[in-house]
Design a protein. Structure first.
Length: 346
C-alpha cells in the first residue's frame, strides 16, 4: 500500500485521465481534494508516485498521467465492486436466456453484448475437441428438391445447412439415409468424418449413391466445421474511438483480423488451470496487446467442451463501470452453461 493521501491523489489522477484523456497538474489536483493541502506538497507526492512507477510526465511542464502499473494498483486496491441495477441485470438476462439451450449461440450473444455494453472489442472461442462425436442427425425436406440437414454433437454443437438433391426426398430416401447414418455416423468422432469416410459408405448406397452423396458431403462439411475450434471477434471498429491507442490501433486491428496469435493465446489459456484473468498492459504475453486491457474467462460444459469469452480495450476504459458489467455477463453465461443452474433458471 502507498498510504491514504497518495492513494487519493493517484485515484484522482486516474479518474481524471480516464474521463478526459488529459494529464492532471498539481494546481488542478489541489482544488479537487476534499481537504486543504499545498501545491508543493502535492508535487512532492506526485514525484514520489512517479519514482514508484505509478505516474509519468510526458512533457516537462505538463501534469502526470497514470502508468500501466497504476491501473493494476487501481483495479486491485481502489475499486469497490458495485452491483448492477435490477434493470441492467434484467436486460442482460433477457438477451442471454434466448440461447440457453445452444452453447455456441449463447457465447456468441454474450460476446456481442459485451462489446455493446463496454464499447470494447469482444471475442469468444471454442476450443477444438478431438473426442467430440455425432449424437444425432436430422433431414428435413424443404421442397423443390431441397432439405435442411441438422447435426448435433455430443458436446452440444448444432450445425445445419440447406442441401440440394437431384431426386424426390421420399420415405424410401429418408429410410436409407437414417439407416446409413445410424450404422456409420452416430457415435463417430467429428474429426473422422472426411471425404474418405464418405466414400466408404458408397457400397451401402447401391443404386441411390448419386442421390445420397450431396447430402452426405454436406454432412461431412458440418462435421468438419464442428470439429475445429472457432474464434469470433465483434466490435473491432469501436477501438478506433479509443484515443489512448493512438496510431497503434491500426496494428491492433490487423492483429485481430489475422486471429492466429490471439487464437493461440486463448487455446493456451483454455489449457491452463486459470479460470479468469484481467491482463493489463505488459501482463499480456502478446506484444500487439501490451497497450490494452484484456478480460478473459474460461468455460467448461457439455462433456468437456471448452470455450473462452472476453473483451479487449484501451487502458483508459472506465474500470468502475466496465468490470461489473463484464463480471455479471460472465457469471450469467457460466450459470446458463451449468446443467443444474440452467434447469433452475428455466
Amino acid at each position: 500500500m502507498i498510504g491514504e493521501r497518495r492513494e487519493a491523489i493517484l485515484g484522482l489522477i486516474i479518474d481524471y485521465y480516464i474521463k478526459t484523456g488529459e494529464p492532471l497538474g498539481s494546481k488542478t489536483l489541489c482544488s479537487m481534494l476534499p481537504y486543504t493541502i499545498s501545491s508543493a506538497t502535492i508535487r512532492n507526492e506526485m514525484a514520489f508516485l512517479t519514482s514508484m512507477g505509478f505516474l509519468e510526465q510526458r512533457h516537462t511542464s505538463g501534469g502526470r498521467v497514470p502508468t500501466k502499473k497504476a491501473y493494476r494498483y487501481y483495479v486491485d486496491n481502489m475499486i469497490k465492486s458495485e452491483a448492477l441495477s435490477a434493470y441492467e441485470m434484467q436486460k442482460i438476462d433477457e438477451v442471454l436466456s434466448i440461447n440457453i439451450s445452444d452453447p455456441e449461440r449463447l457465447l456468441q450473444s454474450a460476446a456481442e453484448l459485451l462489446s455493446e455494453v463496454t464499447g470494447c472489442a469482444s471475442f469468444f472461442s471454442s476450443v477444438k475437441d478431438k473426442y467430440d462425436c455425432i449424437q444425432g442427425i436430422e433431414l428435413i425436406p424443404a421442397g423443390n428438391n431441397k432439405a435442411m440437414l441438422v447435426m448435433l454433437s455430443l458436446g452440444g454443437k448444432i450445425k445445419s445447412s440447406v442441401c440440394s438433391v437431384n431426386c424426390l426426398i421420399d420415405d424410401e430416401f429418408k429410410e436409407l439415409f437414417y439407416k446409413i447414418t445410424k450404422e456409420r455416423f452416430i457415435g463417430t468422432a467429428l474429426s473422422e468424418v472426411d471425404l474418405s469416410f464418405i466414400q466408404s459408405t458408397v457400397p451401402l448406397l447401391g443404386a441411390r449413391v448419386f442421390d445420397m452423396l450431396p447430402i452426405l458431403s454436406s454432412l461431412c462439411s458440418l462435421c468438419s466445421e464442428a470439429a475445429n475450434g472457432t474464434l469470433s471477434i465483434y466490435g473491432e471498429t469501436k477501438l478506433l474511438s479509443q484515443s489512448e491507442l493512438g496510431n497503434s490501433v491500426y496494428n491492433l486491428l490487423v492483429f485481430l483480423a489475422q486471429k492466429e496469435k490471439l487464437e493461440y493465446l486463448l487455446t493456451e489459456f483454455a489449457k491452463s488451470k486459470t479460470e479468469s484473468a484481467l491482463l493489463i498492459g505488459d501482463e499480456n504475453p502478446i506484444y500487439e496487446l501490451r497497450n490494452t486491457v484484456m478480460a478473459v474467462q474460461k468455460f467448461n460444459y457439455n462433456n468437456n467442451q471448452t470455450a473462452t469469452l472476453g473483451i479487449i480495450g484501451s487502458l483508459r476504459i472506465d474500470y468502475r463501470d466496465v468490470l461489473p458489467q463484464v463480471d455479471y455477463i460472465m457469471k450469467t453465461v457460466s450459470a446458463y452453461l451449468s446443467p443444474k443452474s440452467g434447469e433452475d433458471r428455466l
